[in-house]
Ligand binder design. Structure first.
Ligand SMILES: Nc1ncnc2c1ncn2[C@@H]1O[C@H](COP(=O)(O)OP(=O)(O)OP(=O)(O)O)[C@@H](O)[C@H]1O
Ligand SMILES: [Mg+2]
Length: 245
């Protein structure tokens, strides 16, 4: 793949501060990316978005989401992690996109602004403003329209499932598969979706391990808990709703 490796360098001595205090990064030296699709999985707050954002900054993408060409900024919230990462590429790709669920609204407004300055009929976004499409529709427009193209690209997605119905999550699996067949795209995706995690050739990195480490699909909490819930819903709810007295 194009982004081959991320090395962690010049780690500060005092590691009590965010982001250096996160267990997922403790004692880590590098992460390799041998597959077309890599997932970041782990509990809330385990550091997935922090790492994704730092990689986006190192790759030259806007920390708030978007591509290298999309430069909008509403708040400076990125961590210092990007100063301690070294990316190894072969070849270096300049095309790509960082999709951050929290700032998608701002991104949609920014695209409206560009469209006013230089109308294209929202060609890369399904033919109309992202604000005029539902959350899920606009996300999928991005995946199916904008993420087309023949040149090599890296896409960093933070919880793309947030907007997507189960059926649309399956549609996204198909999009990933089409990209993998074409061999021009690398995806790194932070997700909580047991459907997306089921992508067959993906490498899954578990941020609940210290340091973070690969994990099999069937061993992720997301698979285990979801499966157990669907197969034993009533018993699980009974346990969950037990009163203490
Ligand atoms: N700017 C910041 N300053 C201090 N701590 C932060 C900052 N941003 C995030 N954190 C903390 O760092 C931890 C990791 O946050 P991060 O957003 O990377 O988690 P995550 O794995 O993406 O979680 P989620 O699954 O909920 O999206 C969290 O405990 C969070 O509270
Ligand atoms: Mg996150």
């Amino acid at each position: 793949m194009f982004l081959k490796e991320v090395r962690f360098v010049d780690w500060p001595d005092d590691t009590g501060q965010y982001p250096f205090n996160l267990p997922a990064f403790r004692g880590i030296s590098e992460i390799t990316f041998p597959t077309a699709v890599t997932f970041f999985v782990g509990e809330n707050g385990s550091g997935k978005s922090t790492l994704l954002e730092a990689i986006a900054i190192c790759a030259g993408f806007n920390a708030e989401g978007g591509s290298a060409a999309n430069r909008f900024s509403t708040a400076q919230t990125e961590s210092a992690l990007h100063n301690h990462l070294r990316l190894s590429w072969f070849p270096k790709v300049n095309r790509g996109f960082f999709l951050r669920a929290e700032s998608f609204f701002n991104f949609a407004s920014y695209i409206d602004e560009l469209e006013r300055e230089c109308p294209t009929g929202y060609a890369a976004y399904g033919g109309k403003s992202l604000h005029e499409q539902s959350h899920g529709e606009s996300f999928l427009s991005l995946f199916t329209q904008r993420f087309r193209g023949r040149s090599k690209a890296l896409y960093l997605l933070d919880e793309p499932e947030a907007a997507l119905s189960p059926a649309r999550q399956l549609a996204l699996l198909r999009v990933l598969w089409e990209h993998e067949q074409a061999g021009q795209t690398q995806f790194i995706i932070a997700t909580h979706s047991p459907i997306l995690l089921g992508y067959p050739t993906a490498r899954i990195l578990n941020f609940d391990a210290s340091p973070l480490a690969p994990v099999r699909y069937e061993e992720t909490d997301h698979y285990v808990i979801t499966r157990h819930f669907l197969l034993n819903r009533e018993a699980m709810l009974e346990t969950l709703f037990q009163t203490d007295d």
